[in-house]
Design a protein around this ligand. Sequence first.
Ligand code: ZN
Length: 269
Amino acid sequence: MQTLHDPRQNHIIAALPAVDFGRLIQHLELAPMLLGQVLGESGDQLSHVYFPTTAFVSSHYVLADGASAEFSVIGNEGVVGTALFMGGETTPSRSVVHGAGHAYRLKKKIVLEEFHRAGPMQRLLLRHTQSVLTQVAQTAVCNRHHSIDQQLCRCLLMRLDRSTSGELVLTQELIASVLGVRREGVTEAAGRLQKAGLIEYRRGRITILDRAGMEGRVCECYAVVKQESARLLGGVRTWAPTTRILEPLLIRPRSHGVQLSSYTCECVD
Ligand SMILES: [Zn+2]
Protein backbone atom coordinates (compact mmCIF):
# COMPACT_ATOMS: atom_id res chain seq x y z
CA MET A 1 0.00 0.00 0.00
CA GLN A 2 1.36 3.40 -0.95
CA THR A 3 1.85 5.77 1.93
CA LEU A 4 0.17 9.11 1.50
CA HIS A 5 2.38 11.94 2.64
CA ASP A 6 1.15 15.46 3.16
CA PRO A 7 2.81 18.21 5.25
CA ARG A 8 -0.62 19.07 6.65
CA GLN A 9 -0.44 15.91 8.74
CA ASN A 10 1.54 18.24 10.99
CA HIS A 11 -0.83 20.49 12.94
CA ILE A 12 1.28 23.64 12.66
CA ILE A 13 1.50 23.33 8.89
CA ALA A 14 -2.21 22.47 8.74
CA ALA A 15 -3.05 25.66 10.62
CA LEU A 16 -1.37 27.94 8.08
CA PRO A 17 -3.65 29.97 5.84
CA ALA A 18 -3.65 28.83 2.21
CA VAL A 19 -1.48 31.72 1.05
CA ASP A 20 1.25 30.93 3.61
CA PHE A 21 1.06 27.21 2.94
CA GLY A 22 1.27 27.84 -0.79
CA ARG A 23 4.42 29.92 -0.31
CA LEU A 24 6.09 27.22 1.82
CA ILE A 25 5.12 24.03 0.00
CA GLN A 26 8.02 24.26 -2.46
CA HIS A 27 10.49 24.41 0.45
CA LEU A 28 9.07 21.56 2.56
CA GLU A 29 11.24 18.47 2.21
CA LEU A 30 9.96 15.04 3.20
CA ALA A 31 12.48 13.37 5.49
CA PRO A 32 12.37 9.74 6.71
CA MET A 33 12.96 9.65 10.46
CA LEU A 34 14.74 6.49 11.58
CA LEU A 35 14.43 5.08 15.07
CA GLY A 36 17.44 6.36 17.00
CA GLN A 37 18.37 9.01 14.41
CA VAL A 38 19.99 11.98 16.11
CA LEU A 39 18.60 15.27 14.79
CA GLY A 40 20.80 17.42 16.96
CA GLU A 41 23.56 16.87 19.48
CA SER A 42 24.36 19.23 22.32
CA GLY A 43 25.84 22.43 20.91
CA ASP A 44 25.00 21.64 17.28
CA GLN A 45 24.21 24.51 14.92
CA LEU A 46 20.85 23.55 13.47
CA SER A 47 20.41 23.62 9.70
CA HIS A 48 16.70 22.74 9.61
CA VAL A 49 13.58 22.59 11.70
CA TYR A 50 11.47 19.43 11.50
CA PHE A 51 7.68 19.21 11.42
CA PRO A 52 6.91 15.56 12.30
CA THR A 53 3.94 13.94 10.59
CA THR A 54 4.14 10.29 11.66
CA ALA A 55 7.38 10.33 13.68
CA PHE A 56 8.05 11.66 17.18
CA VAL A 57 11.22 13.05 18.70
CA SER A 58 12.54 12.97 22.26
CA SER A 59 14.67 15.79 23.66
CA HIS A 60 16.83 14.99 26.65
CA TYR A 61 19.98 16.04 28.42
CA VAL A 62 22.88 13.62 28.78
CA LEU A 63 25.02 14.02 31.90
CA ALA A 64 28.79 13.59 31.97
CA ASP A 65 28.37 10.08 33.41
CA GLY A 66 26.06 9.05 30.54
CA ALA A 67 22.82 9.18 32.52
CA SER A 68 19.98 11.13 30.95
CA ALA A 69 16.36 12.22 31.34
CA GLU A 70 13.81 13.35 28.79
CA PHE A 71 12.17 16.74 29.11
CA SER A 72 9.99 16.81 25.99
CA VAL A 73 8.58 14.61 23.27
CA ILE A 74 7.21 16.18 20.10
CA GLY A 75 5.14 14.61 17.36
CA ASN A 76 2.79 15.91 14.71
CA GLU A 77 1.44 18.61 17.01
CA GLY A 78 4.67 20.59 16.83
CA VAL A 79 8.12 21.33 15.53
CA VAL A 80 11.64 20.26 16.49
CA GLY A 81 14.34 22.93 16.47
CA THR A 82 12.96 25.87 18.43
CA ALA A 83 16.48 27.19 19.12
CA LEU A 84 16.83 28.02 15.45
CA PHE A 85 13.98 30.54 15.30
CA MET A 86 14.16 31.71 18.94
CA GLY A 87 17.62 33.13 18.24
CA GLY A 88 19.69 30.92 20.53
CA GLU A 89 21.04 28.81 17.64
CA THR A 90 22.04 25.84 19.86
CA THR A 91 20.91 23.98 22.96
CA PRO A 92 22.80 21.79 25.45
CA SER A 93 20.36 18.93 24.82
CA ARG A 94 20.10 16.08 22.32
CA SER A 95 17.12 15.35 20.06
CA VAL A 96 16.59 11.75 18.97
CA VAL A 97 13.85 10.03 16.97
CA HIS A 98 11.96 7.71 19.34
CA GLY A 99 9.10 6.95 16.97
CA ALA A 100 10.07 6.10 13.38
CA GLY A 101 8.14 7.69 10.55
CA HIS A 102 8.41 10.91 8.58
CA ALA A 103 8.70 14.64 9.03
CA TYR A 104 8.86 17.61 6.72
CA ARG A 105 11.81 19.88 7.20
CA LEU A 106 12.53 23.50 6.35
CA LYS A 107 15.93 25.07 5.87
CA LYS A 108 17.11 27.62 8.42
CA LYS A 109 16.98 30.47 5.90
CA ILE A 110 13.34 29.78 5.03
CA VAL A 111 12.25 29.36 8.66
CA LEU A 112 13.87 32.65 9.66
CA GLU A 113 12.26 34.45 6.72
CA GLU A 114 8.86 33.10 7.76
CA PHE A 115 9.43 33.91 11.43
CA HIS A 116 10.45 37.51 10.73
CA ARG A 117 7.48 37.94 8.43
CA ALA A 118 5.57 38.21 11.76
CA GLY A 119 2.58 36.39 10.33
CA PRO A 120 0.69 33.18 11.13
CA MET A 121 3.80 31.00 11.16
CA GLN A 122 5.46 33.17 13.81
CA ARG A 123 2.34 33.08 16.01
CA LEU A 124 2.09 29.29 15.69
CA LEU A 125 5.78 28.74 16.44
CA LEU A 126 5.63 30.96 19.53
CA ARG A 127 2.50 29.27 20.83
CA HIS A 128 4.06 25.87 20.28
CA THR A 129 7.18 26.99 22.12
CA GLN A 130 5.03 27.99 25.10
CA SER A 131 3.41 24.57 24.95
CA VAL A 132 6.84 22.91 25.04
CA LEU A 133 7.83 25.06 28.04
CA THR A 134 4.76 23.70 29.85
CA GLN A 135 5.84 20.16 29.02
CA VAL A 136 9.37 20.82 30.29
CA ALA A 137 8.13 22.37 33.54
CA GLN A 138 5.59 19.62 34.18
CA THR A 139 8.17 16.92 33.50
CA ALA A 140 10.46 18.45 36.14
CA VAL A 141 7.66 18.39 38.70
CA CYS A 142 6.60 14.88 37.70
CA ASN A 143 10.10 13.45 38.00
CA ARG A 144 10.38 14.88 41.52
CA HIS A 145 6.97 14.05 42.98
CA HIS A 146 5.30 11.16 41.18
CA SER A 147 5.87 7.41 41.29
CA ILE A 148 7.70 5.49 38.57
CA ASP A 149 4.40 3.76 37.71
CA GLN A 150 2.77 7.14 37.11
CA GLN A 151 5.76 8.44 35.15
CA LEU A 152 5.78 5.30 33.02
CA CYS A 153 2.08 5.74 32.24
CA ARG A 154 2.72 9.38 31.29
CA CYS A 155 5.66 8.39 29.10
CA LEU A 156 3.66 5.69 27.30
CA LEU A 157 0.50 7.77 26.84
CA MET A 158 2.43 10.73 25.43
CA ARG A 159 4.09 8.40 22.93
CA LEU A 160 0.82 6.68 22.11
CA ASP A 161 -0.76 10.08 21.33
CA ARG A 162 2.01 10.73 18.82
CA SER A 163 2.22 7.23 17.38
CA THR A 164 0.46 5.82 14.33
CA SER A 165 -0.02 2.44 16.01
CA GLY A 166 -0.82 1.01 19.42
CA GLU A 167 2.59 -0.62 19.61
CA LEU A 168 5.67 1.24 20.85
CA VAL A 169 9.28 0.18 20.30
CA LEU A 170 10.84 0.78 23.70
CA THR A 171 13.44 -1.23 25.53
CA GLN A 172 13.54 -1.06 29.32
CA GLU A 173 16.96 0.58 29.06
CA LEU A 174 15.51 3.31 26.89
CA ILE A 175 12.57 3.89 29.23
CA ALA A 176 15.01 4.15 32.14
CA SER A 177 17.01 6.79 30.24
CA VAL A 178 13.81 8.68 29.35
CA LEU A 179 12.62 8.77 32.97
CA GLY A 180 16.08 9.13 34.49
CA VAL A 181 15.60 6.12 36.79
CA ARG A 182 17.26 2.75 37.31
CA ARG A 183 16.33 -0.05 34.92
CA GLU A 184 15.22 -2.27 37.81
CA GLY A 185 12.57 0.30 38.70
CA VAL A 186 11.25 0.27 35.13
CA THR A 187 11.15 -3.54 35.09
CA GLU A 188 9.06 -3.59 38.26
CA ALA A 189 6.71 -0.81 37.07
CA ALA A 190 6.22 -2.40 33.64
CA GLY A 191 5.55 -5.72 35.35
CA ARG A 192 2.81 -4.17 37.47
CA LEU A 193 1.15 -2.56 34.42
CA GLN A 194 1.34 -5.86 32.55
CA LYS A 195 -0.09 -7.82 35.47
CA ALA A 196 -2.98 -5.34 35.61
CA GLY A 197 -3.69 -6.05 31.93
CA LEU A 198 -2.89 -2.51 30.80
CA ILE A 199 0.10 -3.30 28.57
CA GLU A 200 1.83 -6.23 26.97
CA TYR A 201 5.61 -6.05 27.03
CA ARG A 202 7.60 -8.34 24.77
CA ARG A 203 11.09 -8.09 23.29
CA GLY A 204 11.39 -4.33 23.45
CA ARG A 205 7.88 -3.70 22.16
CA ILE A 206 5.04 -2.42 24.29
CA THR A 207 1.42 -2.78 23.21
CA ILE A 208 -1.14 -0.65 25.01
CA LEU A 209 -4.06 -2.97 25.79
CA ASP A 210 -6.20 -0.71 27.99
CA ARG A 211 -5.84 3.00 27.32
CA ALA A 212 -8.63 3.95 29.73
CA GLY A 213 -6.92 1.95 32.45
CA MET A 214 -3.65 3.75 31.75
CA GLU A 215 -5.40 7.11 31.98
CA GLY A 216 -6.83 6.02 35.30
CA ARG A 217 -3.35 5.40 36.69
CA VAL A 218 -1.41 8.28 35.19
CA CYS A 219 -0.64 11.37 37.28
CA GLU A 220 -2.18 14.78 36.60
CA CYS A 221 0.87 15.88 34.59
CA TYR A 222 -0.33 14.08 31.46
CA ALA A 223 -3.62 16.00 31.37
CA VAL A 224 -1.97 19.34 32.25
CA VAL A 225 0.36 19.11 29.26
CA LYS A 226 -2.34 17.84 26.89
CA GLN A 227 -4.87 20.49 27.91
CA GLU A 228 -2.37 23.32 27.69
CA SER A 229 -1.30 22.17 24.23
CA ALA A 230 -4.96 22.08 23.16
CA ARG A 231 -5.54 25.56 24.61
CA LEU A 232 -2.51 27.09 22.90
CA LEU A 233 -2.95 25.34 19.59
CA GLY A 234 -6.70 24.85 19.81
CA GLY A 235 -8.70 25.35 16.68
CA VAL A 236 -5.84 23.99 14.65
CA ARG A 237 -7.21 22.20 11.64
CA THR A 238 -6.48 18.52 11.44
CA TRP A 239 -5.57 16.99 8.15
CA ALA A 240 -7.66 14.38 6.37
CA PRO A 241 -6.30 12.22 3.55
CA THR A 242 -7.36 13.18 0.06
CA THR A 243 -6.88 11.46 -3.23
CA ARG A 244 -4.25 13.98 -4.22
CA ILE A 245 -0.75 12.78 -3.50
CA LEU A 246 1.79 15.53 -3.16
CA GLU A 247 5.17 14.85 -4.65
CA PRO A 248 7.68 16.14 -2.14
CA LEU A 249 11.42 16.20 -2.32
CA LEU A 250 12.51 13.05 -0.51
CA ILE A 251 15.52 13.45 1.76
CA ARG A 252 17.72 10.41 2.23
CA PRO A 253 18.97 9.93 5.78
CA ARG A 254 22.69 10.12 6.17
CA SER A 255 23.03 6.90 8.14
CA HIS A 256 21.13 3.84 9.26
CA GLY A 257 21.40 1.79 12.42
CA VAL A 258 22.61 4.51 14.76
CA GLN A 259 24.21 3.11 17.90
CA LEU A 260 23.19 4.91 21.06
CA SER A 261 24.51 4.40 24.55
CA SER A 262 21.36 2.74 25.80
CA TYR A 263 20.13 0.65 22.91
CA THR A 264 20.73 -0.44 19.35
CA CYS A 265 18.44 1.22 16.86
CA GLU A 266 16.93 -0.49 13.91
CA CYS A 267 16.26 0.76 10.40
CA VAL A 268 12.52 0.68 9.87
CA ASP A 269 11.97 2.73 6.73
ZN1 ZN B 1 3.41 13.44 37.05
